[in-house]
Design a protein around this ligand. Structure first.
Ligand SMILES: Cc1cc2nc3c(=O)[nH]c(=O)nc-3n(C[C@H](O)[C@H](O)[C@H](O)COP(=O)(O)OP(=O)(O)OC[C@H]3O[C@@H](n4cnc5c(N)ncnc54)[C@H](O)[C@@H]3O)c2cc1C
Length: 400
């Protein structure tokens, strides 16, 4: 196995770095920091358009749908460099890979180019009050009525639903079938009559996380569906096969740099902070325990990076991708918790003070990162459920 990037890939990396130096201004960065909770502002969208113009978004998507028919590794290089400045242009988690795999030609023609251009974004409507880890227990109903379906029910934790253009949601289409078999997926605009979004504020919002926080969102939502009429053509995949389409989509969404990339900026921020600051006239980087801890963190980050590259390589070479994404989804969030806890121990009690408190380190950024790091172990499939998938699909153990 050759781990080296090609000269062309190194050149691409340099081009992205030059682009960042020229275009990612402080005002863009300030907007990017807000984007997670409030949607994208004008400056961010202009920047995103410039990135898309260069063909750097959706590189590995087919040309006929606005991509480049290019390599996932090239895409990864672009995403990794932009992640260093907090800009996420990855399409893993966008719904794009599932639409490409299971969508009709019309859905692919409509959604994929718009996802690449940033004109369409999806909120994920899977979880319900009584269906989280046990997702197949969901109760939101979709009933066929002529050429339409009528949807009624409630979703929980629909992050980004307050600014996404569309929802990618699961509903029960056959209540009499075994619970995994009567579910379908629908894609439709958020402004469809009968859809109501209410905020669910998280601990990250009290007080709102300061600029520079890399982990966790301050707001997610609950979304209600009351007699929401959608055309039958908004179904993704076959009727009652939504469980399998959804699981495949979530798995494909895990192929990509997003999990590892959350840690890139945070880990580098920590190393830089430790090198650049002094306590009692000494840099923490001179302390053997601190050095050990930071080195350990860096080694863990490299494991994360290699797991990411392996996943992309498997998919790029047409391999069978089953449990690898689940393994990453355990390692990366728990790495996040370990490093944010580690930095908190290195910096001592002041690092736990939130913004607004006297003596808060870096205006509470590290305290918010510590709190926010736990979210990633829950959203998009909890680490407990992911471990079960590794045991079953990777190690051939029976269902837990
Ligand atoms: C910040 C955030 C954002 C989110 N965004 C979205 C989103 O955009 N869209 C969406 O649909 N959902 C989203 N979620 C929901 C997320 O996917 C669920 O919270 C998650 O699946 C767990 O479900 P639950 O909260 O109902 O917990 P429960 O299902 O009640 O589980 C509670 C705990 O028990 C563990 N557990 C449950 N069953 C088992 C088992 N059989 N074996 C071992 N452990 C088990 C779980 O892992 C968890 O730790 C988000 C969640 C968070 C926190």
């Amino acid at each position: 196995m050759d781990f080296a990037f090609t000269p062309e890939q190194e050149q691409l990396r340099q081009e992205v770095r030059d682009f960042i130096a020229e275009n990612v201004t402080d005002s863009v960065r300030a907007e990017v920091e807000d984007a997670m909770d409030e949607g994208h502002g004008e400056e961010y969208m202009k920047l995103r358009a410039k990135i898309a113009e260069r063909g750097w978004i959706g590189i590995s998507f087919p040309k006929e749908y606005g991509g480049q028919d290019g390599s996932r590794i090239d895409q990864y290089i672009v995403e990794e460099e932009l992640a260093r400045v907090g800009v996420n242009v990855g399409l893993s988690g966008s719904g794009g890979p599932a639409i490409l795999a299971a969508g009709t030609e019309e859905q692919k023609q409509y959604f994929i180019p718009r996802l690449i251009r940033g004109e369409v974004t999806f909120a994920l409507g899977f979880t319900e009050p009584q269906a989280g880890a046990d997702l197949a227990g969901l109760q939101t109903r979709a009933v066929r009525d002529g050429d339409d379906y009528i949807i009624n029910g409630q979703k929980m934790y629909t992050s980004s639903a307050h600014y996404a253009t569309h929802i990618y949601m699961m509903a029960r289409t056959d209540p009499d079938a075994p619970k995994h078999k009567g579910i379908s997926i629908f894609l439709f605009p958020m402004d469809t009559p009968g859809v109501t979004v209410r905020p669910l504020w998280t601990i990250q919002n009290d007080p709102p996380a300061p600029m520079g926080t890399t982990y966790g969102m301050g707001r997610t939502n609950e979304t209600f569906f009351e007699d929401v009429r959608v055309p039958a053509s908004s179904m993704l995949g076959e009727e009652n096969m939504g469980w399998y389409v959804g699981a495949m989509g979530l798995n494909l969404d895990r192929v990509g740099a997003s999990r590892y990339l959350i840690s890139v900026r945070r880990d580098e921020d920590i190393v830089n902070w430790v090198k650049e600051n002094e306590f009692d006239g000494h840099s923490p980087s001179e302390d053997p325990e601190v050095r050990d801890r930071i080195a350990e963190m860096w080694i863990e980050a490299q494991v994360c990076r290699l797991m990411t590259l392996r996943s992309m390589s498997i998919v790029e070479h047409g391999g069978n991708f089953t449990y690898e994404g689940s393994a990453e989804k355990v390692w990366a969030p728990e790495h996040g918790v370990r490093t944010t806890e580690g930095i908190s121990q290195i910096l001592g009690p002041y690092a736990q003070l939130l913004n607004g408190s006297i003596g808060a380190v870096e205006d509470g950024v590290f305290a918010h990162n510590l709190m926010g790091s736990f979210q990633s172990g829950i959203n998009h499939g909890s680490v407990q459920v992911m471990r079960d998938q590794v045991a079953r699909r990777g190690l051939g153990m029976p269902r837990g």
